[in-house]
Design a protein around this ligand. Structure first.
Ligand SMILES: Nc1ncnc2c1ncn2[C@@H]1O[C@H](COP(=O)(O)OP(=O)(O)OP(=O)(O)O)[C@@H](O)[C@H]1O
Ligand SMILES: [Mg+2]
Length: 314
């Protein structure tokens, strides 16, 4: 079995294209479309796989779109464990408006999962024979799945020697933290929602992270700050990574690239500090890639040497 297993409860085929100008009523003639298998966990799997990691992706799929999705994951050399769904897998649509440079992202809700279907996803994870080093769940929950789904995942993983890494928000995140996970990757808004605090400066951010860690919610928090870089906080250490001077082409997929870099580096045996460096490099490399494209490994390697880390204090 792979050293990294990802779980994607709400996968989607991401279609991205461009048009001259987005406006109502008239037909918007688009350029060629690019199709990628997406959804948080699958994106993390793709990044870790590109960087040389051994990854298995678990996800539910339905219909012809679902079959195409699995084929696209296969083509990338990622192993899949699929859970069949009655309803069709969703597609998301991103359009680059050439006149303004803006991106329009249309995200569909996705199929409604029955109780049997979401329980089958948990059973597929529980049935994995040789346990991975890392289980990484990323993304929102689909309609029909209960808010405590990631908490149930945390319970399964707690019985193994694996570490559970989680990137989600709102009630799904809050619920999982009651069980306890290894690492979470909120952005600033997600951490504000979680803690109900304004977190106006770095000291407040580190304080909020330490409070969560102190309460046993998690051991590590990678707080990403978009163009401002990121913070990595543990019970007794904190590092701040400044932003890298990259030319922003598209900020789609930065969070998933960051997490893919982090999990790949950790699974490769790197320290937290080194892994954080790769995570920031991967997030920054994603900014260089157009549309829904994720980071390129050569950019991650190049940028990893440029990340500056400072000890941060609360
Ligand atoms: N505009 C930017 N310029 C430079 N680096 C960026 C920029 N946006 C993101 N990054 C890099 O990517 C990392 C993750 O980005 P961000 O904090 O936006 O994640 P996120 O909000 O979870 O994104 P997503 O929308 O993909 O969920 C940041 O910590 C930073 O290293
Ligand atoms: Mg995110």
């Amino acid at each position: 079995m792979s050293s990294i297993v990802t779980l994607t409860m709400n996968p989607a085929i991401d279609i991205s294209t461009a048009t001259q100008r987005v406006e109502p009523v008239s037909k918007l003639r688009c350029h060629d479309a690019r199709r990628d298998p997406g959804g948080g966990g699958v994106n993390v799997a793709r990044v870790a796989n590109r960087l040389g990691g051994d990854v298995t992706a678990i996800y539910p799929i339905g219909g012809l779109v679902g079959q195409l999705f699995k084929q696209m994951v296969d083509e990338q050399g990622i192993k899949s464990v699929i859970v069949p769904l009655r309803d069709e897998t969703r597609e998301d649509f991103t359009v680059h408006d050439e006149a303004t440079g803006q991106q329009y992202r249309f995200v569909l809700a996705g199929p409604q999962l029955s109780e049997t279907e979401w329980k089958n996803c948990l059973a597929a994870l529980a049935a994995i024979e040789s346990k991975p080093q890392f289980v990484c769940a990323s993304g929102s929950l689909p309609p029909g799945a209960p808010d405590d789904l990631y908490r149930r995942v945390a319970k399964i993983v707690a019985g193994w020697s694996s570490k559970f890494v989680l990137d989600t928000s709102g009630a799904a995140l809050r619920s999982a933290l009651r069980e306890g996970v290894y690492l979470i990757k909120p952005n600033l808004q997600e951490l504000r929602d979680l803690t109900n605090a304004p977190l106006a400066d770095q000291a407040a951010m580190i304080g909020a992270c330490r409070d969560l860690i102190g309460r046993g919610c998690c051991q590590v928090i990678a707080l990403t700050l978009g163009a401002e870089g990121a913070l990595l906080v543990t019970a007794d250490r904190a590092w701040r990574a400044g932003p890298l001077p990259v030319i922003v082409v598209s900020t789609v997929g930065t969070g998933d690239s960051f997490l893919g870099g982090m999990v790949w580096a950790l699974a490769s045996g790197m320290t937290l500090e080194q892994s954080f460096r790769y995570a920031v490099a991967a997030g920054s490399a994603a900014v260089l890639a157009p549309g829904t494209e994720l980071c390129k490994p050569q950019d991650v390697r190049r940028l990893s040497g440029q990340v500056t880390l400072e000890a941060a204090s609360s």
